[in-house]
Design a protein around this ligand. Structure first.
Ligand code: ADP
Length: 246
């Protein structure tokens, strides 16, 4: 079964379509980079994929169910822009944030050894074990992203969606962050990544979807590099593209 199936999806804010007639599938194990100029509908498409927005026409199927009806939050981890950029928040520790990811598995029973192990393992995998007792709100943006991913791992998520996760993160941490995503993907996690840096996408993602309201390309990232899709999708926004290539 595909993770995601989009069939002729259109979505407008008011009367301006932000996403138009997009059809594509995401298969288990894909690392899909969503690229396109600013305002091209990347975040909107990601929200449609996760069922956070409902298409005006067409359909989105997530793990075999209409995305907007999909209720099993444990299978999907979402690192939104807001999740990591907001300052403040509740006075919870890193371990508590990650533990929350495990609650749906625990339900009304007590925590078992396996649950605690999975939480510790998740903290280890993303490299924040040493921060476990720190308050989440005191972490840097990059550290918060890792913690939010650890929460998804503790939930045994199968799909991880991230919206420009490294904005404001220094170059070295970005590289390490994308290495982590690649490692998790190779271990079987399906990854959806909205990213304005095309170099990152072609280096780390296995698949690329290039949109500018409509879908200009969807396929292997190696084929994307050799296609004209980038130029076509950026069109009048060519300056933006050059800007992104710094
Ligand atoms: P991207 O993620 O590629 O920058 P978005 O999906 O955020 O693009 O936005 C696509 C288009 O929809 C843009 O023109 C944007 O201004 C518009 N848009 C996004 N969110 C809203 C909203 N909540 N209300 C009205 N227009 C919106």
């Amino acid at each position: 079964m595909s993770v995601l199936e989009l069939a002729d999806v259109t979505y407008s804010y008011g009367d301006r379509p932000a996403v138009e007639n997009v059809s594509m599938t995401v298969e288990p194990g894909d690392f899909l980079g969503l690229v396109g100029p600013n305002g091209s509908g990347k975040t909107t498409l990601l929200k449609l994929m996760l069922g956070l927005l409902r298409p005006d026409s067409g359909s989105v199927t997530l793990f075999g169910r209409p995305a907007h009806e999909f209720a099993d939050g444990t299978r999907v981890g979402y690192v939104s822009q807001a999740a990591t950029r907001k300052a403040g928040g509740m006075p919870v520790t890193v371990r508590e944030v990650v533990t929350m990811g495990r609650y749906p598995h625990v339900g009304l029973r007590r925590f078992r050894e396996r649950d605690t192990e999975r939480i510790t393992e998740a903290l280890d995998i993303v490299g924040v074990a040493d921060l476990a007792d720190r308050r989440f709100s005191t972490l840097s943006g990059g550290q918060k992203q890792r913690v939010v991913i650890a929460r998804a791992l503790a939930a045994d998520a199968e799909l991880l969606a991230l919206d420009e996760p490294t904005v404001g993160v220094d170059a070295e941490s970005r590289e390490a962050f994308y290495d982590l995503l690649r490692r998790l993907n190779r271990e079987g996690l399906t990854v959806l990544l909205v990213e304005h840096d095309i170099g990152v996408v072609t280096a780390f993602a296995t698949r690329v979807a290039c949109i500018n309201r409509r879908l200009f390309f969807h396929g292997d990232s190696i084929d994307f590099s050799e296609s004209d899709a980038l130029r076509e999708a950026y069109g009048a926004n060519q300056q933006l593209l050059d800007h992104h290539h710094h």
